[in-house]
Design a protein around this ligand. Structure first.
Ligand code: NAP
Length: 252
């Protein structure tokens, strides 16, 4: 680690996997910009980091909006320093069977996951190129392999794998790596919302999921944060263009 702490941006950092990742990267010694739709929603994550002795900044932005992304990355560069690490974690689900899926369901999911990761990566890469160092981690999903009721989401998450590999090829010569982490079932508000939509209690939903997972438990945000911590570390510079499933067992 250089003397000046590297700066990380974690999108969707207000809760779930993003909040867990922001806290982990801060504990690793990075200064962390916690970015989410509403700046006020980032307060709890920022407070958790600050009270543990870390440095964090709350940033409100919609990752699918070009101007908001530009302004957010400029703010991070001005207030914390140039970003060297980007975790494209912001996500939404709009699940439905194909015949019931609306244009808005499709566009919203593509907008946040694909356009959002594109805009954030494009805005951050020049800072990484200037530093001769960068780490980009995109949140894919086991749903990239196909999942009933998620034509939009599985397409976006599979698309992020191609995006990741292409960034790895284009940016490698500047000291920048790009990798994807593809979680299986992680206990967050997102999976709680899926349980609610299916009319199943969240505890029962998790028990049923755990029984199908080789390690016999569902994942927690810290499980994903641990892998991201490795991928953004200084020593992981020869690992790029990879998709790592974090799912408690093998997936193809
Ligand atoms: P979560 O608890 O729903 O958190 C997602 C966060 O992203 C929320 O704070 C949300 O803000 C924010 N967000 C949504 N749209 C945004 C936008 N346009 N701009 C900025 N921020 C936005 O989700 P999670 O379970 O932690 O998931 C995090 C990532 O992991 C997602 O990409 C998800 O697809 C992926 N993933 C999750 C699982 C799982 O089992 N949980 C599995 C595989 C992959 P609001 O609260 O304001 O909407």
């Amino acid at each position: 680690m250089s003397e000046q702490a590297r700066v990380a941006i974690v999108t969707g950092g207000a809760r779930g996997i993003g909040a867990g990742t922001a806290q982990r990267l801060a504990a690793d010694g990075l200064a962390v910009a916690v970015l989410d739709l509403k700046e006020a929603d980032c307060a709890a994550t920022v407070e958790a980091i600050s009270s543990a002795g870390g440095r964090a900044l709350a940033v409100g932005a919609d990752v699918s909006d070009t101007e908001q992304v530009k302004a957010a990355v400029d703010k991070v560069a001005g207030d914390l320093g140039p970003p060297a690490v980007l975790v494209n974690n912001a996500g939404v689900i709009r699940d439905n069977m194909l015949f019931k899926m609306t244009d808005d369901d499709w566009d919203m999911v593509m907008g946040v996951h694909l356009r959002g990761s594109f805009l954030m990566s494009r805005a951050c890469q020049r800072h990484m190129v200037d530093q001769g160092f960068g780490r980009i981690v995109n949140l894919s999903s086991s749903s990239a392999l196909g999942n009933r009721g998620q034509a939009n989401y599985s397409t976006a998450k599979a698309g992020l794998q191609g995006f990741t590999k292409t960034l790895a090829i284009e940016l490698g010569k500047f000291g920048i790596t790009a990798n994807a982490v593809a979680p299986g079932f992680i206990a967050t508000d997102m999976t709680a919302a899926t349980a609610a939509r299916l009319g199943v209690g969240f505890e029962d939903f998790q028990k049923a999921a755990a029984s199908q997972i080789p390690v016999r438990r569902v994942g927690q945000p810290a499980d994903v944060a641990h892998v991201i911590s490795f991928l953004v570390s200084e020593g992981a510079g020869f690992v790029s263009g990879q998709v790592i499933y974090v799912a408690g067992g093998p997936l193809c």
